[in-house]
Design a protein around this ligand. Structure first.
Ligand code: AMP
Ligand code: MG
Length: 355
């Protein structure tokens, strides 16, 4: 299949943007697939109410078909149509955080095909905070199923070039425009029970949610790799974001972390391997490795979140064999650090060394 790569940038007028998004919307209405930017990561969009489109999404990504898709909407009226009922807490959260990086799980209505929800009787819904995404959703008919636009198992794409790398020739169109300022996937909250349950941490933190709806719970499987329990979000059980080399998270007093990483890297470089480090600004100059990535200041994890998936893809491009990352566990209380640590643990296959 020929994939049209359509750029939208500063030189576009509102007419040319409208024309490009109309084309993209038509493709989705006719059952095709279009990758597009959102404020979290790039999404791979198809008509959420068309079972054949959902099947195509799974095929293009190589995604297991029991891993349900998030339906993206552009207004609240659309929510009524696809969910059984809107619990009061969900209405409050939508009011506070939509459009934005929050996905909510509802009981689904009969119009949502099983193919879109991986056979579940619940449905995940998000209203993204990105002008092009919102316009595209409207032009596509109002209901766009969109998982991250990567091949299954690869890091979610934060740049159009990574969508091209993964999906060129497998989908109809890729919209190349600014986006993915957040860099990590949305927070997922299940609203089907009495107490909202966080299934995946993200930019909307537990504290922010609690500020609106009071008590919330967190799926235990998010941090506890030893639990026998299956994650409540089916997608969280898969090994994600794995770089080709081996990634290890190093925790402890900062100077010990630096010394440990440098000693390991020196030994590995001496035996012909290439090493990489994800470090924070405060310690960056002290690292010696083939590739050292700047995750920004420890006092603000937004930069680390925004860059993490890019770093993992760059390490692959640079053929790095062994990678080390500083831990963001102590930043967990800050809220968003939880999401960064959750993705890092997945990328590292939960390999953590305490020094
Ligand atoms: P992605 O769109 O690639 O970020 O993946 C969507 C995530 O949402 C996966 O982890 C899914 O398992 C999760 N998800 C989607 N629908 C549901 C649902 N109905 N119940 C629980 N988790 C869901
Ligand atoms: Mg994904």
């Amino acid at each position: 299949m020929e994939t049209a790569i359509v750029a939208i940038g500063d030189t576009d007028t509102s007419e040319s943007i409208d024309e490009k998004l109309s084309m993209a919307g038509d493709i989705i209405r006719r059952g095709g697939l279009v990758a597009f930017p959102t404020e979290t990561v790039y999404g791979l969009g198809g008509d959420a109410l068309n079972p054949a489109s959902s099947r195509k999404i799974y095929a293009a990504k190589g995604r297991p078909s029991d891993n349900p898709l998030i339906i993206h909407i552009a207004d609240m009226a659309a929510l009524d149509y696809i969910v059984g009922e809107i619990p009061e807490k969900a209405a409050k959260l939508a009011d506070a955080f939509w459009p934005g990086p929050l996905t909510m799980i509802f009981r689904k209505s009969a119009v949502v095909p099983d193919q879109t929800t991986g056979g579940l009787d619940t449905v995940a819904v998000r209203m993204p905070n990105h002008p092009l995404a919102l316009l595209l959703i409207k032009k596509a008919g109002g209901y766009v199923a969109a998982p991250s636009a990567n091949l299954s198992g690869k890091p979610s794409p934060t740049l159009a070039k990574y969508v091209v790398q993964d999906l060129d020739g497998r989908i109809d169109m890729i919209l190349d425009a600014d986006g993915a300022e957040i860099g990590l996937e949305s927070t997922i909250v299940d609203l089907t029970g009495e107490i909202p349950l966080i299934l995946r941490p993200g930019c909307i933190t537990q504290k922010m949610l609690a500020g609106v709806v009071g008590e919330t719970d967190m799926d235990v499987t998010i941090y506890d790799s030893d639990t026998a329990q299956a994650p409540r979000a089916p997608g969280m059980k898969y090994r994600h974001y794995a770089p080709q080399g081996e990634l290890v998270i190093v925790e402890g007093e900062p100077q010990r972390v630096v010394s440990y990483i440098n000693a390991q890297a020196a030994a590995q470089e001496a035996s012909g391997m290439r090493t990489g480090v994800i470090g924070t600004q405060e310690h960056l100059a002290q690292y010696h490795a083939s590739s050292v990535k700047n995750a920004g200041s420890r006092s603000d994890v937004h930069e680390a979140a925004k860059q993490l998936y890019t770093f993992l893809r760059e390490f692959d491009d640079e053929e790095i064999d062994c990678m080390y990352a500083e831990s963001f566990r102590d930043a967990q209380d800050e809220g968003f650090g939880q999401a960064v640590m959750n993705r890092l643990l997945k990328a590292a296959g939960h390999r953590v060394i305490h020094v």
